[in-house]
Design a protein around this ligand. Structure first.
Ligand code: BTN
Length: 260
């Protein structure tokens, strides 16, 4: 049997990301497993991988479908406060570069969805463990659709894709995880160069320069996505000229009628 743990242990060249690795064939959510481990003092870079998640969760209270054939991983980070605003960019770029390394053209949708031809192939959820309001650790949860046919799952068929659908063949999940952890560590270690990271993120983001609708917890606004600021927030110019700074929300492109 193909053993993902064995493959990663033999091939990883990182110094901390994925060095401590936990594989669970089935779990509720790797976010919860990683959170427990972080609370018990697991070192930075510890990663949890699940074959199947039964209650995978996404941003903005959504669920995340995690059938067999996907990569569901959560990585424990202990970032300096100054690095926290960069985590969406770092995570998105790590996946973006990983997908590109397979010869597939990808796009980033703010903040950190990865799309292929407008269809979502990856979602990222970053959660924080706090003590007295200060971030003690961050859990970076990454879900990549790899070896399953998204058209067979009605709940995502309309807007999602997978790497195997795009490539026309399956590929080892471990190979994707290996590249992901290497890219992630490289970007994280470069966090003292925020401008380079934010520029690469913005340059590959389809959101910028598009007319978009942003749904957040209590409102929905429309406008032109003009750029991102140094904190990674989206700058949206409304039709009345007022520029709104968006901290979190679900963005859909208005130029494209497909729901994303
Ligand atoms: C989103 O697009 O809304 C984010 C989805 C994040 C999914 C990943 S899969 C690994 C980790 N475990 C979870 O329960 N969620 C994240």
């Amino acid at each position: 049997m193909y053993d993902i743990l064995d493959y990663l242990e033999k091939n990883l060249t990182t110094s901390f990301v994925g060095r401590k690795l936990h594989y669970l064939a089935v779990t509720s959510s790797t976010q919860d497993v990683a959170r427990d481990m972080a609370d018990r003092g697991a070192p930075e870079g510890t990663a949890v991988i699940a074959g199947i998640q039964q209650s995978g969760r996404g941003r903005l209270g959504r669920s995340w479908l995690s059938p067999e054939g996907g990569l569901a991983t959560s990585i424990i980070l202990r970032p300096a406060t100054s690095v926290l605003p960069l985590l969406p960019a770092i995570s998105a770029l790590a996946v973006f570069r990983t997908v590109k390394s397979l010869g597939i053209n990808a796009e980033i949708k703010w903040p950190n969805d990865i799309l292929i031809g407008g269809r979502k192939v990856c979602g990222i959820l970053i959660e924080h463990g706090l003590t007295s309001g200060a971030v003690r650790y961050s859990i970076m949860g990454i879900g990549i659709n790899i070896n399953f046919d998204t058209s067979l799952y009605p709940e995502i068929a309309g807007f999602a894709t997978s790497l195997s659908v795009e490539l026309g063949h399956e590929l080892p999940v471990g190979q994707v995880a290996l590249r992901l952890y290497i890219e992630l560590e490289g970007l994280y270690l470069r966090s003292m160069e925020p401008d380079a990271i934010l520029t690469e993120w913005a340059t590959n983001m389809i959101t910028i320069g598009s007319r978009v609708k942003v749904k957040s917890a209590n409102r929905e606004i429309e406008g032109m996505a003009e750029g991102i600021n140094g904190s990674g927030h989206l700058l949206l110019r409304q039709d009345d000229g007022i520029v709104q700074e968006i901290l979190a929300g679900d963005v859909s492109l208005i130029t494209d009628s497909s729901k994303r």
